[in-house]
Design a protein around this ligand. Structure first.
Ligand SMILES: Cc1cc2nc3c(=O)[nH]c(=O)nc-3n(C[C@H](O)[C@H](O)[C@H](O)COP(=O)(O)OP(=O)(O)OC[C@H]3O[C@@H](n4cnc5c(N)ncnc54)[C@H](O)[C@@H]3O)c2cc1C
Length: 393
């Protein structure tokens, strides 16, 4: 196993670094480095910049207009973007639904949907979870009934991330109640502007509306929006979830946030406390270990060996690390991190807050937000079950 990068890979990294430096808007990088609120415009502005360069679909093969990068190149691209302070690519279009459309969609669907995803013009949402169907996803009840040349969809999805901006949503819908629950699910693409679709934002503990409920009331969806075969949606859904979990590990973001934690600890004076530095050191060791795990996966792929089946492990460790750095940042700022001030999330906010390092005010918000990481993308308890079955046997 060789974990070192080749000279060509290092040259590639330099190229990416230079391009990101020249093209990432400074105001967006400032917000990311300080965990400030990103607007829809911020996220989409960066997506369009990447789209224009042909890099929003950075994991796509050449035949679908992607750069055709190796696993190592993709990793280096993700790393350079994260360290420079680029927003995370909203994954629902380019990382999640696009690979499904490539693998299981027909030519018309590929020609119709992929260009809008690659350019960053069309905002996609993920409609899997429902009230009562999260971990037990195969129990979804949102019903799609075929009537001639369209389906009529009724039901509800929930926890739909950034669904308030969504233009299209890919949904798991029930098309049959016969047999095992998994065999009656279909994968449907729904235009969120269709009559009968209602999006209701859910206000969360951190004061943000990152997730939504989406209701479908007799929504007519043309049959040509069905991906693959009716009742085969579970297979396509699983294909997508493996992409989601690797993406969630986000080791590069952890490396960036570790540096931020150190900055906060120094600004707040706790850097001099050896016990606090121990905590940071332990976190750093875990981040390096996670990075080694990611590099092992890359090395296995590079040498053509069977890729390690450890998506679940990456998700568990990555999400725990995200929660730890958020917690340590809040501890470092002490009482100055606790007040919940919604406006503090805005760039340029200068609160009248004696004694506080202004940049630390959003830390409580970040801490609350990070509670999600061990739940979404398949909860960590469920991931542990999967790891126990697939890795330990
Ligand atoms: C911030 C956020 C964003 C999300 N975004 C989206 C999105 O965009 N689209 C989407 O479709 N979904 C989204 N989700 C939903 C997410 O996938 C589910 O929340 C997750 O799968 C867990 O399901 P649940 O919330 O129904 O909890 P439940 O499944 O009800 O689980 C409750 C608790 O029981 C535990 N548990 C359940 N089953 C088992 C088991 N077999 N063994 C051991 N423990 C078990 C769980 O670990 C959890 O602690 C999002 C969730 C969050 C928090």
């Amino acid at each position: 196993m060789d974990l070192a990068f080749t000279p060509q890979e290092l040259a590639f990294r330099d190229e990416i670094r230079g391009w990101v430096k020249d093209n990432l808007p400074a105001d967006i990088a400032h917000k990311v480095h300080n965990a400030l609120r990103l607007s829809r415009d911020d996220m989409q502005r960066w997506a369009r910049i990447l789209g224009k360069k042909g890099w929003l679909g950075y994991g796509w093969p050449k035949e679908f207009g992607g750069p055709g990068w190796t696993a190592v190149q993709k990793h280096l691209f993700e790393e350079e973007c994260a360290l420079a302070g680029a927003p995370r690519i909203v994954p629902f279009g380019p990382v999640m639904v696009a690979p499904v459309i490539m693998a299981f969609g027909n030519k018309e669907q590929q020609e119709r949907f992929l260009p809008g995803i690659a350019s960053g013009e069309v905002w996609w949402s993920q409609g899997y979870s429902e009230p009562g169907s999260g971990s037990d996803l195969a129990s979804v009840k949102t019903r799609a009934e075929r009537q001639g040349d369209h389906y009529v969809v009724n039901g509800q999805k929930t926890w739909t991330t950034l669904g308030q901006y969504g233009e299209w949503i890919f949904c798991l819908v029930r098309t049959s109640t016969e047999g095992k629950p998994q065999t009656g699910i279909s994968f449907l693409l729904v235009d969120m502007k269709s009559p009968g679709v209602t999006v209701r934002p859910i206000k969360l503990l951190d004061g943000e509306c990152e997730v939504n409920e989406v209701f479908f009331d007799n929504v007519k969806v043309p049959v040509e929006n069905l991906i693959g075969e009716e009742n085969k949606g579970w297979t396509y859904a699983k294909h997508l979830l493996s992409h989601e979990r690797t993406n969630i590990a986000d080791v590069n973001r952890a490396k960036r946030e570790l540096e931020r934690l150190k900055r906060i600890a120094k600004a707040e004076g706790v850097w001099d406390d050896v016990r606090f530095r121990d905590q940071i050191a332990l976190l750093e060791v875990d981040i390096v270990a996670l990075e080694m795990l990611v590099l092992r996966v890359l090395s296995a792929e590079k040498s053509g060996k069977q890729s390690l089946d450890i998506a679940g492990l990456l998700k568990i460790k990555g999400s725990e690390i995200q929660q730890r750095y958020a917690e340590l940042m809040m501890l470092a700022a002490g009482p100055f991190a606790t007040p919940f001030i919604e406006e503090a999330m805005e760039a340029g906010w200068q609160g009248n807050f004696p004694g506080a390092v202004v940049a630390n005010a959003p830390l409580a918000s970040t801490y609350f937000n990070m509670r999600k990481t061990t739940i979404y993308g398949g909860s960590n308890e469920v991931q542990r079950n999967i790891v126990a079955q697939t890795v330990l046997g």
